[in-house]
Design a protein around this ligand. Sequence first.
Ligand code: ATP
Ligand code: MG
Ligand code: FE
Length: 356
Amino acid sequence: PLVLGIETSCDETGIGIVRGRTLLSNTIASSMDEHARFGGVVPEVAARAHLEALQPSIDAALAEAGVTLDELDAVAVTSGPGLAGALMVGVGAAKGLAVSLGKPLYAVNHLVGHIAADILTPDAEPLEYPTIALLVSGGHTSLLHVRDLTTDVELLGETVDDAAGEAFDKVARLLSLPYPGGPEIDRAALDGDPDAIRFPRGLSRASDLAKHRYDFSFSGLKTAVARWVERFEADEANQGTAVPVADIAASFREAVVDVLVTKALAACADLGVPRLLLGGGVIANRRLREVALERAEAAGVTVRIPPLSLCTDNGAMIAVLAAELISSGRGPSTLAFGADSTLPVTEIQVAEAVPA
Ligand code: ATP
Ligand code: MG
Ligand code: FE
């Protein structure tokens, strides 16, 4: 089926068009620059930007794919999770588009969309089930057990406080590096020693593991970095010495990467699943990919990493998830759905029409 997907859960206005499992276009307009001076995504600003970017993005995606609205078999949209106001803009646009065109509408889960992105990876073998998926972005840090993309996705664990990307952004700010912090920390870490400072690995003590084996926590790590910098600056012996940003960045990054990879591979081992799929914008982190590939190989686990343009928020992953739902015989959603900022990952499609 020919599907147009609309994604507006955060700061990217993503419009993607797929035909079955083939990617035709994937336009992304980001309001990142508008959030930079606030050091994080401002929901109201993001929503406004979506409203302005939607129409031109849809036009650009159609032109690039070489298709017209009339030819579409369905429209797909992210219903949640994400920023409520931002989601509402996409949901409203999708409903209007589907109704005016008389086309079926599929309201789908953003996190499952991140997994579906794997399908569009050029030259990839089909995804094998079950697989463990680790999704890390500015808004999410989730570990999933995927038995079937369209019917059975289980949440194993998630962050209990900050998302991994959020931690990168906050620590960058603390080190006076610009937003978004991920790429900045990555760059600063190049000249740093990852073993210079031993920062805490959240929820990794034996006592934590009993209840939070697959959960993450990054706010304690952020605080540890802040304390370390404070102590360094307060120490008489360091007067006139600059804060060792490279070592802090490298050591902080190592702590995040270590805990992400350790927990993901623990899930693979515990559940006997030798496959790990990575997704989300933090996958751009070179060290994360390196450590994941290295340790997975040692553990006999194969790792799949979609190209970055499919890892960050985009409309094509939403379109292909809907295409998979259609191919597996699922009916469209009714219009009785809205934006659900906390939509659980088990709800792959929302408001599916009950067959008469
Ligand atoms: P969502 O959480 O809804 O998926 P998002 O917009 O917050 O959306 P992405 O766009 O997928 O997330 O990713 C952005 C996040 O990824 C930011 O927090 C950014 O700092 C982080 N990031 C980007 N590049 C890197 C990198 N090289 N290393 C670490 N983090 C990175
Ligand atoms: Mg983003
Ligand atoms: Fe996302």
